[in-house]
Design a protein around this ligand. Sequence first.
Ligand code: ATP
Length: 254
Amino acid sequence: MSSSFADALVVDDVSKHFGGLKAMRHVSMRLGAGERVSVIGTNGAGKSTLFNCVAGALPVSSGTITLFGQDVTRWPAARRARAGLARTFQTSRLFLQLTAAQNVYVALGAQMKGHPLRLARREGARWERVAELLDRVGLSGRGPQIVGDLSHGEQRQLELAMALALRPRLLMLDEPAAGFSPAERAHLVTLLNALPEEMSLLLIEHDMDIALAVATRVIVMHDGEKLLEGTPDEIRRSERVREIYLGGAVGDAA
Ligand SMILES: Nc1ncnc2c1ncn2[C@@H]1O[C@H](COP(=O)(O)OP(=O)(O)OP(=O)(O)O)[C@@H](O)[C@H]1O
């Protein structure tokens, strides 16, 4: 799969083995600039493995990964992050004893470079940006709260604010709705649909409703392979997808 400059991400024939276990086999996919792609699939399908290979948390066994036109296959995660990739984690990486605002402040620090005096002068602007980010994820007014006292849903919203603090060109979210109430799910869909148009989004999501509500294209993984790719409507109508999600055998009918 060749890469064009308009692609945020190209995954080309990537496999990942853990010892004898083939967790992901010959997966290829492309994500255009500003495109929103959801990867769905049942437990053990290989979604997180794909996600971690793209983010640089796991080395691939074979294949290549191209990010914004550059081959990043051998790059560590931090270098991919500097190239414009931000990700969230299934398990929380928040500083629970700090406030929500302080967490975002720390995340912003990862982006700021320069002379300490100049940085000190930009202190006010940095706190304004913290407020803006909290507002964007629906946490305005929650800034002074200790993170350990926030609800699970609010903590996930905060993680999103921290990922956005990096001004990513590609945002990758790993099951952002895990453990959410129906109201929090609806809110998340609104938030994701309001992200800047030019930001590419790769969403790994167990919840099909969310995956289909946010994506322009959906990839279905099953048993370590890419089974199907299509628009949300095509995926909704697919007999194969229904069979997988109902736990039946995967038939030949598309
Ligand atoms: N670090 C690891 N070591 C060994 N096996 C692993 C490792 N990570 C994942 N696997 C295995 O690889 C396969 C794919 O797992 P993966 O977590 O990618 O699936 P998933 O689609 O994300 O599932 P879930 O929805 O449950 O998170 C599974 O059989 C899993 O047990």
